[in-house]
Design a protein around this ligand. Sequence first.
Ligand code: APR
Length: 243
Amino acid sequence: MPPIPKDAPIVVLTGAGISKESGLDTFRDKDGIWSKVRLEDVATPEGFKRDPARVHAFYNARRRSLAEDGISPNPAHDALARLEREWHGPVLVVTQNIDDLHERAGSTRLIHMHGELLKVRCRRCNRPMEWTGDLDTGHACPDCGRPGLLRPHVVWFGEMPLDMGLIFQALDDCALFVSIGTSGHVYPAAGFVAQVRRRGKAHTIELNLEPSEGASLFHEIRQGPASELVPAFVDELMHSQDA
Ligand code: APR
């Protein structure tokens, strides 16, 4: 990795692979989430319209698992929180994940571009609100009082990811772009490395268990489990900063 200026802006993209060693399933690995349930049925507006109870059951099970199955941040999440605390420049984590493991590890400069499992929103009031229990069609919106309008605050296929303007600006400004634990299959996240490369200002690196679909676009690829690669990578960066 070339020397990175000590106050350089860093953008880190994360996917389901960073939470795998915390005990959460990925989507497209063998026995991943989409091998057990059809995404068309539980992660599209059409699926929700067709059978809202089925969609609620899918997210309720994932929300319960996050709360009850002893799921906690792993050393990869912890290392990114350390990087934000100790790096002299701004560090932004853009995650495709809807779990809260980055927050629980201490990351604060964080964008959940696909929404958050522990939030719901009313389709009329559109205000996201914390929600840790089960959600069903009988729940009324705490703001407008209407039943049956609450939905998971999660971006479904065909919907617009969140905060894209902020993300694109950060990608244009960064001097280092790191992609961790994502297959590079789903846009717009899969296109971020190409956008960074077009600007020609940043070093790009992929830390992944196996090469992603966009691996050839990165300056550097490191293969292995995130809980090993990410702490080592952050150590390397911090030593370069202190050199
Ligand atoms: N360490 C690092 N990488 C890992 C690990 C691990 N322990 N385990 C798996 N991976 C890698 C896999 O090799 C794969 O490249 O994580 C990636 C997971 O890919 P996906 O399952 O496709 O997950 P992701 O890229 O986050 O999916 C993007 O698709 O279904 C939608 O909205 C959903 O946000 C999700 C989006």
